[in-house]
Design a protein around this ligand. Structure first.
Ligand SMILES: Nc1ncnc2c1ncn2[C@@H]1O[C@H](COP(=O)(O)OP(=O)(O)OP(=O)(O)O)[C@@H](O)[C@H]1O
Ligand SMILES: [Mg+2]
Length: 370
């Protein structure tokens, strides 16, 4: 099916706007045996960039695998997923996907058993008596063993890596680091949303992954990259849009990838079949529609912040354009709130002591709810 403005699923190929430099850098790092970690707030396109880099590496002969820690609930499932995803590089193991069973079930299948006879340890998964930690240890080494046997390098992508903390943190992180650094045939790519949390894992001298990866930050997408994409997409639908009107869209979204796609989708929905030229006032109509469609998400963010009123207050001050956040008496509290808001990825330093809100729709929502 032809996809118009995509929201909600990662975009790759022709739908991925911009990001050329970032993808080039990631590939360069991985191909030269260095790890890379992508850091950006929610919905900035981390997964899209990582999957595109992976696809390109696959075309260059790499084996690839990806695991999303957000969707994984326990250590045993993590161990299974690492093995499943690695094995998916073998065509016949697409069967695992088809039968939609866990790896433990799939390994009872004779055909699959033959393929993996070289990888005896994975059969341990069928024995529930084996200690989870032991299974996880072997699983973490599995991509390396697999790559060696296949005689090809493998690139492994851990998405939402900040979630690693939920599997009783420190131990598993140290275990991973200890193993990954010995894997000469595997390169590692990570992504995570909470900037401060990711920095704890990758950037501080005492971090487990200190110097293991180069950090790559994703920002908004340049107007000059988004403009031709938006023009072309609307044209395919019989809608003409002038560059100065596209600029209005991008000013509303500040080049935030998700919200730009969302706003364009709303405009298309409202105008398709009604008119052939998109005008400035259509942007405002589309904007209201798009904000309304995000209400549940924005209200959830708001509700979560109501638990921490000091943070909400700082956020409201940033939303209303206040620059001198520390000018009032309560400096310690302000600093604490700023810290907490950065950890959550809700604000970002824009220089000196100035901060901006990373989600342009939430910023507007805050202004309207003051
Ligand atoms: N480079 C891009 N070009 C066009 N649209 C993009 C791009 N990157 C992201 N998007 C839009 O943003 C949405 C979210 O992208 P993606 O899932 O890759 O982001 P993410 O940072 O991994 O998000 P999350 O924090 O929810 O995991 C996509 O569905 C798409 O609408
Ligand atoms: Mg993602």
């Amino acid at each position: 099916m032809k996809k118009l403005f995509v929201t909600g699923t990662p975009v790759t190929g022709k739908d991925l706007v911009g990001r050329k430099e970032e993808i080039r850098e990631i590939k360069h790092l991985l191909q030269n045996g260095q790890g890379a970690v992508l850091i950006a707030p929610r919905r900035f396109g981390k997964t899209s960039v990582a999957l595109t880099a992976l696809q390109e590496l696959q075309k260059d002969g790499y084996l690839i695998a990806d695991v999303d820690l957000f969707t994984i609930t326990n250590k045993r499932r993590l161990a299974e997923s690492i093995v499943e995803k690695t094995l998916e590089n073998k065509k016949v193991l697409g069967i695992i996907r088809k039968i939609k069973k866990s790896v433990s079930e799939a390994f009872k299948n004779v055909e699959i058993k033959q393929v993996i006879e070289n990888y005896e340890f994975v059969l341990k998964f069928t024995e529930s008596s084996i200690d989870t930690y032991e299974v996880l240890e072997s699983s973490l080494d599995f991509p390396q063993k697999f790559a060696q046997k296949e005689g090809k390098p493998l690139c492994f992508f851990y998405d939402e890596f900040g979630d690693i903390a939920k599997f009783d943190g420190e131990d598993i992180i140290k275990l991973m680091r200890g193993k990954f650094q010995l894997h000469s045939n595997v390169c590692y790519l990570f992504a995570g949303s909470h900037e401060s949390l990711m920095k704890e894992l990758f950037a501080k001298e005492r971090s487990a992954f200190y110097k293991f990866c180069k950090i790559i930050y994703l920002g908004e997408i340049a107007f000059s990259d988004f403009t031709p994409y938006i023009r072309k997409k609307f044209k395919e639908e019989g809608l003409f849009i002038a560059d100065n009107v596209i600029k209005k869209i991008l000013e509303r979204t500040k080049g935030h990838p998700y919200y730009t796609q969302l706003l364009c989708r709303s405009i298309h929905y409202l105008l398709k079949g009604e008119k052939t030229t998109i005008e400035n006032r259509d942007i405002e109509m589309g904007y209201e529609d798009a904000i309304a469609s995000e209400k549940p998400y924005l209200e959830k963010l708001w509700e979560e912040l109501k638990e921490a009123l000091a943070q909400l207050e700082v956020l409201l001050r940033i939303a209303s354009g206040e620059k001198r956040l520390y000018s009032n008496k309560n400096k310690v509290n302000v600093a604490r709130s700023i810290n907490a808001l950065s950890t959550k990825g809700l604000i970002r330093k824009t220089g000196g002591r100035a901060y901006s809100i990373t989600d342009p729709f939430f910023e507007e929502f805050l202004r309207r709810n003051r």
